[in-house]
Design a protein around this ligand. Structure first.
Ligand SMILES: *[C@@H]1O[C@H](CO)[C@@H](O)[C@H](O)[C@H]1NC(C)=O
Ligand SMILES: *[C@@H]1O[C@H](CO)[C@@H](O)[C@H](O)[C@H]1NC(C)=O
Ligand SMILES: *[C@@H]1O[C@H](CO)[C@@H](O)[C@H](O)[C@H]1NC(C)=O
Length: 216
């Protein structure tokens, strides 16, 4: 019967949409649950992060858009320690990742370069080691990149020069080496935002690749 066929077709679509919504909602929730498992939370600020809920939009410190996708993680100054997880790269609608003033160690996951909607990456005042991932050069919406007061090493990745949206870069008080980029958005970043990196050699000079020597 034609009418019955249409009705079951519509029903099928409704059920399919519900399944797709639940699955995509859960994948963002799963990424945040992976983060929670990887962190130590003496202040119990993550207690509302209940993995049995359909999506994480009702959790404290999480903001979603109207479609139920996570746009903000606000966990600055919350006494968290532990390490970041690659799963964070699955939060494809994320605009603000605020984890400043904690005691997070380990490296910055390369997968953060997949957060194509990211506006603000605030990891300053932690205990992060390793390099600044060159993959961050893929973040074509990024405005704020604040990584100061960690223990980051290596060069400032030249891939960042291509992030034309960048307005604020602060990598002061780390152990970076090489030279400071001067092109693109870096023309407008004050030198003080690179201060207190004893091995950083100063602004890059045209035609001189000296930043490659003695810098891993
Ligand atoms: C973080 O720890 C300090 C010192 O123990 C405490 O005063 C503060 O309330 C804690 N903050 C949170 C969010 O748990
Ligand atoms: C940072 O981590 C190192 C070990 O990796 C540790 O010795 C140091 O105390 C940590 N710093 C802070 C402020 O906790
Ligand atoms: C910057 O982007 C241009 C093209 O958009 C590309 O050719 C170049 O390799 C990029 N530079 C870096 C350092 O990623």
């Amino acid at each position: 019967m034609v009418v019955g066929g249409r009705t079951s077709g519509v029903l099928f679509l409704v059920v399919l949409t519900a399944i797709v919504t639940a699955v995509t909602g859960n994948s963002e929730g799963d990424a945040l649950v992976a983060l929670r498992r990887s962190l130590t939370d003496p202040g119990n600020v993550l207690d509302s992060w209940d993995s049995t809920l359909v999506n994480p939009c009702t959790w404290f410190h999480i903001t979603c858009n109207q479609d139920g996708h996570v746009t903000r993680v606000d966990l600055g100054n919350t006494n968290l320690s532990g390490v970041l997880v690659p799963d964070l790269g699955k939060l494809q609608y994320l605009q603000y990742l605020e984890l400043y003033k904690n005691n997070i160690h380990g490296t910055i996951p390369n997968e953060l370069g997949n957060l194509k909607n990211l506006i603000s990456l605030d990891l300053y005042n932690n205990n992060l080691t390793g390099i600044i991932p060159p993959t961050l050069g893929k973040l074509q919406s990024l405005i704020f990149l604040r990584l100061s007061n960690n223990r980051l090493v290596g060069r400032i990745p030249r891939e960042l020069v291509n992030v034309s949206t960048l307005k604020v870069v602060d990598v002061s008080s780390n152990d970076l080496c090489g030279t400071i980029p001067t092109k693109g958005p870096f023309q407008h970043i004050p030198l003080s935002n690179f201060a207190n990196n004893p091995r950083l050699e100063g602004p890059e000079l045209e035609g001189l690749a000296r930043y490659d020597t003695n810098c891993i």
